[in-house]
Design a protein around this ligand. Structure first.
Ligand code: ZN
Length: 451
């Protein structure tokens, strides 16, 4: 058996060094194209990449440009790179959440991990230090690799409340009044974040919840700056008031009750996005069940060996089994499934998020593929789940002009897969290679050549 690393070696060009020279052109021939728009795949097609963008997607039989270097992919599938609209960066060091882990080195390591799993763009939804702006800028200049980062700046909670994570003083605002909340938004607006994040959750009644006068002030002030607001939520009642008060994105699933017509109507009327995050609820108990994915390298290579040992241990399974909250997490997951299906079928805007990077058990790169599987188990088709994670999320982030679909003129952000994810969504894990901004990226776990 051969590993497909030779493919990566062949096309590891350096686009920055060639800025003034003619752009290299590559034709990926004999591919199935899932273009991210939701239309049926093109079979036996050709994708032509020029420099950092897609030049053409050609049907079977069309003439390949003479200048292109031809790579025959023998029936492999290409799809857009995944876009995660709810992740976090550098919140963990040595397998634990830490208030000192947010360093440029850790940010870059996680961005590279996402990229090597085919997640070519991610929104770090809060708890960011200002150094992420420098990294975002360096990426825009082509000086730094890794998944393309978007940032929600620090994020806004209230004192002694959610998020229940350790954070340095320059990682989070905790305003006590509406005036302080407005000042926080004004301060972060000067740094030009991609979105504003708030946490509205009593954490099961254990903490004070952000009062409406605070989040109304945040939403109003953010909108003045032409910034949208994404809210961490858990409860249906909070989702409804936030939507009616102008929030733009519900950044987690509604998990306490079934969504109702009132919420559906309000979300549709106001164009509010919904980000299911199955990964969050599942991360509390799934590893204790020793699911099959824990045996595959695609999972094992994504986490530190000590964490793998811990999650695989009987002691961990027993701890989860005896945790009185475990049934609640399982019930939340089941509600999440029901609510995603109801909202999607009703025509609410649905994006894609995981909350990966927030805790050690929410794993950058792996979790995005698992989340797709969870969405399909909730009743979406593989094509619908893929569109949520590509075109829809590009629209949510306001980057649909350049990303999210495999159309001429878009960035060449795509994943080459050895097997068809429309047959089985877990085939998104069969990554042969990744293109990001036209640059080839070696997959973290190269698929074994089976053909
Ligand atoms: Zn989060």
């Amino acid at each position: 058996m051969l590993l497909r690393t030779s493919f990566v070696m062949l096309f590891a060009w350096a686009p920055m060094a060639l800025a003034a020279a003619p752009q290299p052109m590559t034709a990926l021939t004999h591919v199935r194209v899932i273009d991210g728009t939701g239309r049926p795949p093109l079979e036996d097609a050709t994708v032509v990449i020029e420099g950092n963008h897609i030049l053409a997607v050609q049907p079977k039989g069309a003439a390949v440009p003479a200048a292109a270097q031809v790579v025959d992919l023998h029936g492999d599938t290409v799809m857009p790179g995944l876009i995660n609209a709810h992740g976090h960066l550098a919140l963990i060091a040595d397998g634990q959440n830490s208030a000192t882990s947010y360093t440029a080195e850790n940010v870059l390591a996680e961005l590279r991990q996402y990229e090597s799993y085919g997640v070519t763009a991610m929104l770090s939804l809060g708890l960011n230090r200002d150094l992420l702006y420098q990294i975002r800028q360096q990426q825009r200049q082509g000086k730094v690799d890794g998944a393309t980062a978007f940032t929600a700046d620090r994020g806004i909670g209230v004192p002694d409340a959610a998020p229940p994570l350790p954070a340095a003083p320059d990682q989070l605002y905790r305003p006590a009044t509406a005036g302080e909340a407005r000042a926080a938004v004004d301060e972060m607006a000067k740094r030009h974040p991609d979105i504003v994040k708030i946490w509205v959750d009593s954490l099961g009644g254990t903490k004070p919840e952000m009062p409406p006068e605070i989040y109304r002030a945040v939403i109003e002030e953010a909108h003045k700056h032409h910034l949208r607001v994404a809210a961490h939520i858990y409860y249906l009642a909070d989702a409804k008031t936030l939507v009616n008060d102008g929030v733009d994105v519900l950044a987690h699933s509604v998990r306490d009750k079934p969504v109702d017509q009132e919420l559906i109507d309000a979300m549709k009327r106001r164009g509010v996005w919904y980000l299911p995050t199955f990964t969050v609820d599942e991360s509390f108990y799934i590893y204790a069940e020793h699911p099959g994915f824990m045996q595959i390298d695609f999972f094992k290579d994504a986490i530190p060996p000590e964490l793998l040992t811990m999650l695989s241990s009987d002691a961990y399974s027993q701890k989860v089994d005896h945790d009185p909250k475990t049934p609640d997490h399982k019930a939340a997951f089941a509600m999440d499934q029901k609510n995603l299906k109801a909202l999607y079928d009703a025509g609410v805007l649905v994006g894609f998020g995981t909350d990966s990077g927030a805790m050690p058990t929410r794993i950058p790169g792996f979790s995005e593929h698992r989340e797709l599987e969870d969405m399909v188990q909730a009743g979406l088709s593989p094509m619908q789940a893929i569109v949520c994670a590509t075109r829809s999320n590009a629209a949510l982030l306001g980057i649909e002009a350049t990303r999210g679909t495999l159309r001429p003129g878009k960035r060449a952000d795509l994943i080459v897969l050895a097997a068809n994810p429309l047959d089985d969504i877990t085939n998104t894990r069969s990554i042969v290679t990744i293109f990001h901004d036209g640059r080839t990226v070696a997959p973290r776990v190269p698929v074994v050549m089976a053909k």
